[in-house]
Design a protein around this ligand. Sequence first.
Ligand SMILES: [Fe+2]
Length: 276
Amino acid sequence: MENNHVKLEIPSKQTEISIHFVGDVHLGASGCDKERFKAKVKEIASDKNAYWIDMGDDCDCITTDDPRFSMSAYPSNAKLSDFVVENQAKEYIRITKPIASQCIGKHLGNHEAKFTKHKNFDVHQYIIEANNLRSLAYCALTKLFFIIKGGTAFTTTIFSHHGAGGATTTAGALNKVEKFIFSHKADIYLMAHTHQLATKEYPRLGTQETYSEHAKIVERPQILLLTGGYLRTYQQGVTGYGEVKGYQPIKLGSPKITFNREQHNKIDQYVMRVVA
Ligand SMILES: [Fe+2]
């Protein structure tokens, strides 16, 4: 487990801050929606107050000698070079280079971990070093310190895990991430791996964080997020792994959380909203 403290400089109280959660791209798989992924990179690059966490499984990492490999999962024009993991990693590095400085940290996915275990190439570390990223390994607590010009600051804590297990329903995957509420103290709980894109929010009441003789009750919700992905379950003319397993088609893409300063009950506070 990693412990990640990050300072983010915010130009003014009026600035909207966005944190994107991008994972399960599976670059190299024939079902990877590369254009949608590139559009997400462009969206992050175009906003200097946007940041992102890489949730892992960036590359598909399934080579021709892997028991999960099946030629029927690829179109007839697939080339041997498509299955070379180093090529997948180089392409991922090239696509995400423009947003590398906005990355809060990168997780290791199970596809990368399995490949590294059996081959002499650490694909996760290769991407980390090439784009100068912080490794969040499989699981991390990240505390964000938003430093607003003029001196004020606020914090939020994110628990993130690449994910494990075989939950194939949204409810099952949300139940899995929900259990972390009892073991890890955070405001936002993230899990990738199942490729589901879903959220659940618990309103939570607390006392205001700054001292006051007339302290007010404030709302600070806990947010659960399944962070989606870019791998299509079904494609015309191709028999993919998800199709064989009978998985549901999924909504592709990545969620984000925005932070805006608003006044509620005469107290200025940052309000989190999920955009999925
Ligand atoms: Fe995945």
